[in-house]
Design a protein around this ligand. Structure first.
Ligand code: GN1
Ligand code: MG
Length: 377
């Protein structure tokens, strides 16, 4: 996941980036962190003094207004830092250039940023340990709670309609009609299943439009690998990847985390017989999330959480499939057909969630009752 490289051209580029961000010392070792599907991320170690950094090249095909993202990040990290005062929680620190910008465009027009690597932290791509899931639930729940008094109107919508599942579905079926790469015929089964989920997957968007669910400031990309944990205590240290912090639904954050972390397989597992929703892991995440958001989420929001998991799973399946049928322009792929494999994996998970849906709802409601000690459910 974090291969070391000795590529000289890349070394020179990273040195140039480090100089722009006024880093002291000498670049020592570096490597690519391969897990993101959008941006290109490197770990970079300096010596004299010893310091560890994350250098990131932002994908400007996906993020059309990267400057605005960095403004959002400034606001959000500042707000969280003020909440973390007098606690042992750490915050992300973005470095600045001589012009006081927290980004830099290189001569090829690539957009770079640099932040601190949190020493003593670990991330999990997948974990079968309920404690890790519980901690991740707390981390994302706390993230939302900490931003509950943040003025959402300050935030630029970095990707408009990011979790507007209804719009995603509309665009998907338009792209199916166009069939610009001639790939639609081989994926008829997947398209049919997505069509059959259309109503259920649109419910949250409809509820939001009808004012039945409130908009909050949400993270919108709650994969467990976006939480840094203390490598010894497993306590969550900080939530990273703030590119999509925007107004959204609590159910989206809950749902995306469950989709990724309570799956018994990785999100691009080609053997779909290995894919299912682990209800113990789901419960553990729900406990952490509900505990951390106690008193913030209303009854309708809590009742929407399980649906959030199904919705985001179908939404991501169709995003992967949409990318596949339109020529793999959005997500980075490691091999031909990778997006189709990802889609099939998400659809297998969605099917399993459908079977377990009553149980998923019950777990959230039981958890809420236990954690919130109320009789509203
Ligand atoms: C992308 O690159 P990464 O892993 O942070 C995507 C998410 C998807 C995810 C699926 C901006 O996130 O929405 O859920 O891949 N981010 C964007 O792995 O589209
Ligand atoms: Mg992300």
């Amino acid at each position: 996941m974090c291969e070391k490289t000795t590529d000289l051209e890349l070394r020179a580029k990273l040195e140039e980036v480090g100089t722009q961000f006024l880093l002291k010392g000498q670049l020592d070792s570096f490597g690519l962190i391969t897990r993101g599907n959008i941006n290109t991320t490197y770990w970079v170690n300096y010596k004299d003094p010893d310091k560890h950094y994350i250098f990131q090249k932002v994908n400007t095909y996906v993020f059309r207004e990267p400057r605005q993202i960095m403004r959002n990040i400034d606001y959000v990290t500042e707000h969280i830092r003020s909440k973390n005062k007098n606690t042992d929680k750490c915050s992300l620190h973005f470095y600045h250039t001589a012009d006081r910008d927290n980004f830099w465009f290189d001569s090829e027009g690539e957009f770079w940023r640099v932040y601190n690597f949190v020493t003593g932290s670990v991330t999990y791509q997948i974990s079968s340990d309920p404690l890790v899931l519980y901690m991740a639930g707390r981390a994302f729940g706390e993230f939302q709670t900490q931003l509950s008094d943040f003025d959402a109107s300050l935030l630029f919508e970095t990707i408009p309609d990011f979790h507007n599942t209804k719009k995603r579905l509309e665009k998907f079926f338009e792209d199916v009609e166009c069939d610009e790469c001639g790939r639609v015929n081989e994926v008829r089964t997947e398209i049919e299943y997505i069509a059959s989920c259309r109503e259920k997957a649109s419910r949250l968007t409809n509820m939001l439009e009808a004012g039945e669910l409130p908009l909050r400031v949400t993270h919108n990309d709650t994969k467990i690998n976006n939480v840094l944990f203390d490598e010894v205590t497993k306590e969550p240290l900080v939530v990273v990847d703030l590119d999509t912090v925007m107004p959204g639904l609590a159910a989206h954050d809950f749902g995306d985390a469950v989709r990724f972390a309570a799956n018994t397989a990785e999100e691009d597992e080609p053997d779909t017989s290995k894919v299912s929703l682990d209800l113990d892991l789901y419960r553990a995440f729900a406990e952490g999330f509900v505990e951390a958001t106690a008193g913030e989420l209303n009854k309708a929001e809590i009742e929407s959480l399980a649906l959030g998991a199904f919705t985001i799973t179908v939404e991501l399946a169709l995003r992967f499939l949409d990318d596949y049928i339109t020529g793999d322009k959005y997500f980075k792929t490691k091999y031909e057909g990778h997006n189709l494999v990802r889609c099939r994996c998400q659809l297998a998970l969605a099917r399993d969630m459908e079977k377990k849906f009553d149980e998923m709802n019950k777990i959230v409601l039981e958890t809420a009752q236990k954690k919130l000690k109320t009789e509203i459910f």
